[in-house]
Every structure is written in structure tokens, then in C-alpha cells.
Ligand binder design. Sequence first.
Ligand code: GUN
Length: 281
Amino acid sequence: MNTLIIDGKKISQDIKNELREEVDNLKKTGVNPGLAVILVGNNPASKVYVSNKKKACEYIGIRSFSYELPEETTEEELLKLINDLNNNQEVHGILVQLPLPNHINENKVLLSIDPSKDVDCFHPYNVGMISIGELNGFLPCTPAGIIELIKRSNIDIEGKKCVVVGRSNIVGKPVANLLLSHNGTVTICHSRTKNLEEICKEADILVAAIGKANFITENMVKEGAVLIDVGINRLENGKLCGDIDFENCKNKAMAITPVPGGVGPMTIAMLMKNCVKAAIM
Ligand code: GUN
């Protein structure tokens, strides 16, 4: 079978170029989008993500306000900063990089962000809007990136059997909601699911977001399926790999996302889209 390898790097670049033009035009009307990026502590992966988000802002022409706070920052101090940013007219979007240090209550922090500045779409208000099918506000970044990859590859979701493996608040649950809003027939599986193999094997569109290297193997994939891999796992030899065994599954698939270069780059592109939306909402 002639498998389509979905090029997330190219698609995310296309989106960033579209946004760059949009921001250019917005600036001519006096709108100057701004994003506050907050990092607490020294998580090395978070530092890389935050740095990439700031670079994307710079490319598109969004002002970024950076707050890199020490590990010992108290919850009260963080809440105070968010409150100030909520009231700052130059800041349209507020992003708190997760995970936060253990002594800080993550839910309390996410609840404190003004929903109209919640560009990660983590606030229960925005999560609720997605779950009632209201898609005109902020969209959750990685899930929206997945939908965009599918759409820009001319793949129809309507009526398809979609299986999501993973039930996290950041990916599994919101991507299931978005697929449902696009009229997919959605099943969510997770670590306690019985007959996981058989359920996966029925999927027309399979989204793997479990965080286990090469978890989805060829025998779990239907001939002609669309395979979306959200995993980023580091093997002992230092190589990155996804949750889907790419080499063995690719021949069976109609389309598949690689790791790296598939879903990964889409998250930041969709975050940037939310920032632009925040500035004009
Ligand atoms: N940690 C892992 N993924 C994300 C994300 O999309 N946004 C934020 N803020 N933190 C994360």
C-alpha cells in the first residue's frame, strides 16, 4: 500500500506562515498580540518547550512576556503574578507550563487564569465549551493539531470509527471530544481497558496517546487505518520514538504520523493560533 506519511513539520510551518500574515495585518489595525509564558522550576523538557514557544512567537510577530521563576516559588506568588497578567491589557494569552512543582496545586492555578486568556484551553470553562461542542473559542492545542493534520491530509472524520488510546486531560479526553464534534464514532481506551487489541483493530482512525514506546503493534491495526501518534518516548539508545511501532505499522496504514515530525510541531502552531484569537476576541 502507498502510505501517506503525514508531514507535521510542513503543515505546522504552513499554519505559522498563515498566522504571520494575519498578525502583520492585525498590527496595521493597532492590535498587537501578546503572550505571557510562565515557567516554574528547572524541568529540562519544560525549558525546551518554553523556549520553542517563545521562538514561535518571535517568528509570527507575537510579543512574548517571559517569567522564569525559581522552583521555590510559592503558590501565592504564582497566583499573584497570574492575577496581575489577567489585568494587563497588553497580555492577551497566559500560558503556565506544566508540570508545576509538587507544592503548587495545579488545578487551583489553572482555575485562576482568566478564561478569555487561557490559550492552552485548560480552564474548566473552556474545557466545558469544547465538551458541549462550542468550537469557536480556544481549542486544546495538541488535539486541535491532530484534527488539523487529519483535515489538511484530506481525510474525512465523519462517520469513522475513531479509537483514542489514553485518557489524559491534555490529549486523550479533549481529542475524543473534538473527534466527536467532527461526527466521528469515538471509543476511549486506557490502561484498564479489556480487549484493547480488538478495539484498536476496528479503528479507522487510531490516536495513540499512552506514553509507552512502540505500544501499538501491527496486529492491533486495521488495514487502511489512519494512525496518529502523540507519543514522544526516548529509547535507551537515545533515539526518539512514538507510541506506535512505525516501521511495522506503516505498511498497513493508509496514513501515519512520524515521530518526530508529526503531531509534535502542531501543538505550538495551534497555541499560536489561540494567541492570535485571544487578541481579537
Ligand atoms: N505540558 C505538557 N504539554 C503541555 C502543554 O500543551 N501546555 C502546557 N502549558 N504545559 C504542557
